[in-house]
Design a protein around this ligand. Sequence first.
Ligand code: PGA
Length: 245
Amino acid sequence: MLKVTVFKDERTLARALATQIAATLNETPDLVLGLPTGRTPVRLYHDLGTLHADLSRATTFNLDEFLGIGPDHPGSYRAFMAHHLFSRVNIAPERIHVLNGAAPDPEGECGRYERAVAGAGGIGLQLLGIGTNGHIGFNEPARELAARTHRVVLKESTRRSNAALFGGDLSLVPREGLSMGMATILQARRIVLMATGKSKARSVELAVRGPITTKLPASFLQLHPAVELMLDEAAAGLLGEHATF
Ligand code: PGA
């Protein structure tokens, strides 16, 4: 069942989720978190720092990474995470997992990542953003979706929305990425998808109400027993009055 909670703005949403995650970490210190990048989770990550959320025993797995650049590249998602979250909280570096976009054998890297997720006991709480086209991670709308961590050719729109990480120069944005697959994501015990802003309203509406289709990867969340969508009013703008779907 998809639970939908609407907040008056992005700030309130981020604070509520950060508070909830900090409380979950108190109860379950060895929580395994799945983490997104992008504009949406930035405030949440900063709030986890401000609230001194205790990640000392937690493990994290990021959803995706660009292919062809290493973890030290300033445009990498690894660098994004270091800047916005890992440098602000007490997580142990050895329990941080981000796909290595510079791995000499990308397919082997994907297999290694799947085994690491399984070895950690699976994802306990998966946080997600959503693309304006309904993508989750780098699982883009397509005729088929991959179940497991895989190599992907990035859509032009995805490259464009990441250009800021590369000084605004689209030509510098990698053309491929590595991403957790749909099954990797859907096997998380709990999923929270965050969406803010009017540009997400349509993909949120389709994810909640539309048919389950590979053309909108987030629609597969309807199959999961424990998903919450945390939205600001703008992103919830096409859902009407109902809080639960
Ligand atoms: P955004 O990206 O948070 O930058 O909007 C979300 C996504 O594309 O998954």
